[in-house]
Design a protein around this ligand. Structure first.
Ligand SMILES: Nc1ncnc2c1ncn2[C@@H]1O[C@H](COP(=O)(O)OP(=O)(O)OP(=O)(O)O)[C@@H](O)[C@H]1O
Length: 241
């Protein structure tokens, strides 16, 4: 099993948001995590980052995450948060190349080969025209794509993305979802992606996990499954205190 969640209970203080969640992703796959605002999607990711206390077990390759030291540095996990703020000037290629941090020793500089890799990723995302731009001057959607480029360069095995297409136009929403799908299939990555863009999921292969359902399970993506979940979410939210 690549990712396994066993009887996870998580929340804040007395407010339990995730109750006895169990599922497993046996092989590399794309998993879309959906649910109403406040359902606990980001909270679920925080548990994987060991940022909150939780009951139950989170396992990566059958090893309890609590026993694994520095899974990010080992290239096992990477995480793209919903918001990433930078308030100093930095060129796009200098930010993207930092995705290679795992391969560098402390204070070791990035070399020409590293910058070539960063440029290739930016080209793949059709962002080459921004390579020398100051990141802080980019639009919200452009910044989101630059973070995605940096994440691609990290090349971790299991990738957590919190609403990576939130600020993207329709063209890039499609492009990013097909890229994530391609990552899972051709590069053997396991991708857990929080999203509200249900319509973009229809053509994808993978699974859907609806954290608003009383007993969420992995459902194989199909047009019918997406439609059923869309109707479920449109019906409104059951608030559990
Ligand atoms: N540190 C915290 N302390 C207390 N409550 C919190 C904390 N962080 C988040 N919450 C609350 O937990 C609930 C779930 O938050 P979470 O960010 O996991 O939701 P989400 O499903 O990711 O929502 P969205 O789709 O809006 O991003 C929210 O009501 C939020 O206010």
């Amino acid at each position: 099993m690549i990712v396994e969640v066993k009887n996870l209970v998580a929340g804040y203080g007395h407010r339990v948001l995730i109750r006895n969640l169990s599922f497993s992703v046996p092989s590399p796959a794309f998993v879309a995590i959906i649910g109403h605002n406040g359902a606990g999607k980001t909270t679920f990711f925080k548990a994987f980052q060991q940022k909150i206390d939780y009951e139950g077990q989170l396992l990566l390759h059958n090893q309890d995450l609590k026993q694994l030291s520095n899974p990010a540095e080992k290239g096992l996990l990477s995480y793209l948060p919903q918001k990433n703020v930078i308030n100093f000037p930095i060129k796009v290629h200098d930010l993207v190349v930092m995705g290679l941090f795992r391969k560098k020793r402390f204070f070791e500089n990035y070399d020409t080969a590293d910058y070539t890799q960063a440029a290739q990723i930016l080209e793949q995302l059709q962002l080459s025209h921004l390579i020398d731009h100051d990141f802080t001057t980019l639009s919200g959607g452009e910044q989101q794509l630059v973070w995605l480029a940096q994440l691609m360069l990290q090349d971790a095995e299991i990738i957590f993305l919190d609403e990576p297409t939130q600020q993207l136009d329709v063209y890039y929403k499609n492009k990013v979802f097909s890229l994530l799908q391609d990552w899972a299939i051709t590069k053997g990555k396991t991708i857990l992606c929080i999203t509200h863009d249900l319509s973009n999921l229809v053509p994808l292969q993978g699974y859907l996990l609806n954290l608003s359902k009383p007993e969420p399970i992995l459902e194989p993506i199909s047009a019918e499954v997406v439609q059923e979940n869309q109707v479920f979410l449109e019906a409104g939210r059951q608030v559990i205190s």
